[in-house]
Write a protein that binds this ligand. Structure first.
Ligand SMILES: [Mn+2]
Length: 335
């Protein structure tokens, strides 16, 4: 049933006409998915990523992209209202793997949204590649490695696909991981323009080893590593065995900084970054306690808040940062 629909969608891609824009996530999975799609789309299609950190389109972006004849979105679950706005004038196709209800009136190709097993569709790049009936290739796999890193080793089926590919093409898993770090380095240093150049560059890289040799990306990693080390090594505050570190950086490194401090110290860690957004702050928590109630509390307070059992990430208005940080410290010290 699902594959019958797929064939119809496949024809749709060939039938696309006029001007088109391809919107993709800024991470490795996003740029690799875009690379795979661009290969099959007219040369005139322009690829774009949202403002880094925005999981939605701004009014300006909506107006600009609405004038296209078609809009393709990949590796992003943009809000339904955004998609409906675009679909008023443009034909919209989505290729994604985030949990999102199917959006009516557009081509929404998302096996996870259809209720299929995420273990069988670990990345947007894999879904796109499958949709295009391509053989397994490095870009389809890099999206998976990007989204899961070493955790993919727990997914037996896909880890063996990756291992087989590595043997055949003489890559190591660590080389794929390094490619991911290099591809992610542009968004981490906050260079949106550079992110948008990646899919085009990957079209030129017939040998994926060239990713490992890209000097600009290697320099990014040095910059990022220095900035991370600076904050990890700087003294922080400690209250009842809980570490609180305040940082100010335009780089998207808060998750790495938090993880490093927590793993080095073995303590619950809270990091506040006042330097990333203009009107909001990033807050990140890593704890040995179950953070679900805290995530729930953050959402109830109206903050963009998410995470897992041991991790919380939030974006809060600057005037609320101190009070939410206080609530977090209180929660960690009594639970
Ligand atoms: Mn993804």
């Amino acid at each position: 049933m699902y594959h019958l629909v797929l064939e119809e969608v496949g024809r749709m891609l060939e039938e696309l006409q006029g001007s088109g824009v391809l919107i993709h996530h800024w991470d490795t999975d996003g740029v690799c998915s875009a690379r795979l799609l661009l290969e099959r789309l007219p040369k005139s299609v322009v690829n774009k990523t949202p403002i880094l950190g925005n999981y939605f389109l701004t009014e300006e972006e909506l107006i600009s992209y609405s004038s296209s004849d078609f809009v393709i979105v990949t590796d992003m679950a943009l809000p339904e209202e955004n998609i409906k706005r675009l679909a008023k004038h443009a034909k919209v196709l989505i290729f994604d793997h985030h949990l999102q209800q199917p959006i009516p009136g557009v081509v929404h190709h998302n096996p996870i949204g259809e209720g299929l097993d995420p273990l069988l569709y670990p990345s947007a790049s894999w879904i796109v590649n499958d949709f295009l009936s391509n053989p397994v290739n490095v870009f389809a796999l890099l999206g998976i490695v990007g989204d899961y890193e070493k955790r993919i080793q727990a997914n037996k089926e896909f880890y063996s696909k990756i291992t087989d590919f590595c043997i055949k093409e003489r890559f190591t898993f660590d080389e794929l991981l390094m490619m991911v770090y290099l591809l992610d380095s542009s968004y981490k240093i906050g260079d949106r323009k550079a992110v948008e150049e990646i899919p085009q560059l990957l079209l030129e890289y017939t040998d994926a080893r060239r990713i490992l040799q890209n000097v600009r990306w290697k320099n990014n990693l040095v910059l990022l590593e220095n900035e991370i080390a600076k904050f990890v090594n700087a003294p922080g505050e400690e209250q009842q065995g809980i570490l609180l570190k305040r940082i100010h950086t335009k780089f998207n490194i808060i998750s790495t900084v938090t993880r490093r401090i927590a793993w080095n110290s073995g303590k619950d860690t809270v990091v506040v970054n006042t330097g990333f957004f203009k009107d909001t702050d990033q807050i990140y928590v890593r704890s040995s306690k179950n953070l679900q109630p805290l995530i729930h509390q953050g959402k109830m307070l109206g903050y963009r808040c998410g995470g897992k059992t041991e991790v919380l990430g939030a974006v809060v208005p600057k005037e609320k940062t101190e009070s939410f940080a206080y609530e977090i410290m209180k929660f960690l010290s009594i639970s």
